[in-house]
Design a protein around this ligand. Structure first.
Ligand SMILES: [Zn+2]
Length: 366
């Protein structure tokens, strides 16, 4: 039975956390120096390693002989803390029940020293979901924490936290994980799972993760479920709906060529393929914007979130159209975005706009 890759390959040591070097080295140094704070705040998009780092750090500060700042995994404390029933490291999910009761019981229990190691650690996930009264209860604990208490608050929405909480925490901002880092994680995990994957598919899956390890791995899960242990580029494209992108590029090319018949034919084909035409409008706008980036930015390859394949097609397409026209087209298509949602026939609206663009004459004002 195939287990979700994200669960199976959660990092157990700091060196397995990818793309957060600044945070990892700061946390390792704290473990090594034994200079541990009472409250930490981990912020950042989902799937960037907040909970993983919180778990590793909780064990590392308790471990009897940490290895380069990470838990050794072998000593009696590490083993005891690996047991899910241990009560020295407690996780609270603030999203599930607003946390009032949990924070209250936390205030009761925090007085008691840890059973196995030196510290009792509370990891509060999605801490921004706590209610005001839960925040107040938490604040009281943060104001006078017992010497053995460590709090790690994790959130995707840091601006929702009260300033009184923020000011008591050491803050770490988790970055989006770069495409290259995502590719290296995927490659390592595929190797360990004996999954064969070519470079092109690897890149496409990494890009689909959009900076999140969790998202990249859940895309990988879908592709593996579809194509088995040997991932093919075709299967990857199928799962990602990337063929759609190519048809959007073709449609735009027809507009640039002023080929009105070709425009109608492309829209017909896209519609026959079962594509949602409301989202087609948005995808055309994105495609035009990507072409503007290519025509005007020197580092366009870095800015655009597309595979090498698609990038090359976009570069070719960009050569056939002027920036002025693209701006005009982008205006027209972004104007119909909200209208599309309520249109009786989104297809007619798209056809009309595309034909208008195809007949656009940059020398005349139309
Ligand atoms: Zn240990």
């Amino acid at each position: 039975m195939h287990q979700a890759l994200y669960r199976e390959f959660r990092p157990k040591k700091f060196d397995e956390v990818v793309g957060q070097d600044h945070i990892v080295s700061a946390l390792k140094n704290q473990v090594k120096s034994g200079n541990i704070g009472h409250a930490y705040l981990f912020t950042g998009t989902r799937g960037t390693g907040k909970t993983s780092c919180a778990k590793i750090f909780s064990k590392a500060i308790n471990c009897l002989s940490p290895a380069d700042g990470s838990p050794c995994g072998k000593c009696e404390v590490c083993k005891a803390l690996d047991d899910v029933s241990n009560i020295d490291i407690l996780e609270i999910d603030a999203a599930s029940n607003n946390g009032v009761d949990e924070v209250r019981s936390l205030r009761e229990k925090i007085k008691y020293p840890p059973i196995h190691g030196k510290y009792k650690v509370y990891i509060i996930d999605e801490v921004h979901m706590l209610t005001d009264s839960a925040f107040n209860a938490l604040l009281k604990t943060l104001e006078e924490p017992p010497a053995h208490a460590v709090f790690i608050l994790a959130t995707t929405e840091v601006y929702k936290l009260p300033a009184t909480i923020l000011s008591r925490c050491m803050r770490f901002d988790f970055k989006l994980v770069s495409k290259d880092d995502l590719m290296s994680i995927l490659k390592r995990i595929f190797d360990l799972s004996k999954i064969i994957c070519d470079e092109k598919s690897l890149e496409a899956i990494a890009l689909a993760g959009e900076g999140s390890v969790r998202d990249a791995l859940s895309v990988a899960d879908c592709v593996v479920a579809f194509s088995g242990q040997k991932i093919t580029y075709e299967a990857t494209m199928e799962i990602l709906g990337a063929n759609d992108r190519e048809s959007v590029i073709n449609l735009c090319n027809k507009i640039f060529e002023k080929d009105l018949g070709g425009v109608l034919d492309s829209i017909n084909n896209i519609s026959l393929a079962g594509k949602n035409l409301v989202s087609l409008g948005k995808e055309i706008t994105v495609n035009i914007k990507d072409l503007l980036v290519i025509k005007n930015c020197d580092n366009s390859k870095k800015i655009l979130n597309v595979t090498q394949d698609i990038y090359e097609k976009l570069v070719e397409s960009a050569k056939t159209v002027e920036t002025g026209s693209l701006i005009e087209f982008m205006k027209k298509f972004s104007n119909i975005e909200s209208e599309l949602k309520y249109a009786l026939s989104p297809r007619t609206l798209i056809e009309l706009t595309a034909l208008e663009c195809a007949s656009f004459d940059p020398l005349k004002k139309n």
